[in-house]
Design a protein around this ligand. Sequence first.
Ligand SMILES: [Mn+2]
Length: 439
Amino acid sequence: MSLDSLYHQHVKTLAERVAPFIEESSFDSVVISSGIAKRFFQDDCDAPLRINPHFAHWCPIYGPHHLIILKAGETPMLLYYHPSDYWEEFAPLSGEGWEQSFDIESFSELKAMWKRASEFGNTAFIGEKKEADLHKSGFSVNPEEIVLPFNWGRKFKTDYEIACTRVAVDRAAAGHKKAEQLFHQGATEREIYWAYSQITEAVPKNVGYEPIIALNEKGSILHYRDTRENKVDNKVLLLDAGNRYRHYNSDITRTILADSVSDTFRTIHNRLDKAQQELCVEAKVGASYLSLNMRAVEEVGKILIDAGIIKGNSVEQAIEKKLVKHFFPHSLGHLLGVQVHDVGAELLDPMGKTTLPKSGYFPNLRFSGVLEEGYLLTVEPGIYFNPVLLEQARSNTNEFDWPLIDGLMQYGGVRIEDNVLITSGESENLSRPHIPQPL
Ligand SMILES: [Mn+2]
């Protein structure tokens, strides 16, 4: 099926999904804005535009000020902003396939456009309050009775959303391959950054997050931001980099080793890769997300004990005493969609019931509950030798082999991340076939 037909079906599915909630709410209509640019402090320049994720969920266009209007049981409307402006380009509609899914009205003035938007009764607005205030709309801004069911629905991906994600994976795959090649040729972080950006066409609308391109010890920093210009002796590359297509993200991490790394580090890497692949298979319909997270911690615990890094403890003890946390401080992953960290799975029902664990091993787990058909999530366990996390454990000389750990710090760490689609049967790993983990 063509992307246009998939898209048409997608919009139909979303409209049917939200109709009962609009109908039962105290609102006659819902208005979703594409958003407005954010201006830097004391500056006359704007940050790169990031479309309101709710708008992105409904419409593939990239530009500020557009409004979607939803009424239960009716074809969605798009109020399309198309001023004549000599500073910026506001592209005219060009008859692309997606346009068939809306009743479209074009406006050259915001005032007239917002007046039109106010003609649909009592309205709920999904977008930033300051935008609703700017236009003195009188709309109710982000009321829970609307936003919660809209968020809830976002966890069930349509075929269109998966098709877009596949394109985002394909583009990232080309970048990952190039990065691997350059790493082995001794390239710098900066050189890998340029090459990745070029191959993945990383203009702002194609970038969901800035890639993490970390050589050697920098791989231990979970959100490493720098791209160093200086040459180092390339031992390990941790590359966490995706792409964005029609607002849909891929989010993929590979860890690439030079021949020079120690046998211990290579073993840690190979075993984490094997465990990650098993976790991807276990991430299937009906699986408890909390149990899956605990399984990941157990696997990491085993690897650390077998490597001799944690001493004198069983896996259960090492987890109980939170020894494993010094090496694997984050959770297993997150939903993926129009936001790199997508929403919806935290809601057990459309009206906002949650069972997020408030304490225990994962005080900040993004969601609990079981995996359902249509979820798209990342599976990304890691093992890091991070100076800050290790410093917190330094005084414990009995249960950690410090000389061994100190020898491993030069390699940073390992993270391996794939994008997994939960189907009614076996789950599908969208990224692994296109980006094999180099061994
Ligand atoms: Mn991720």
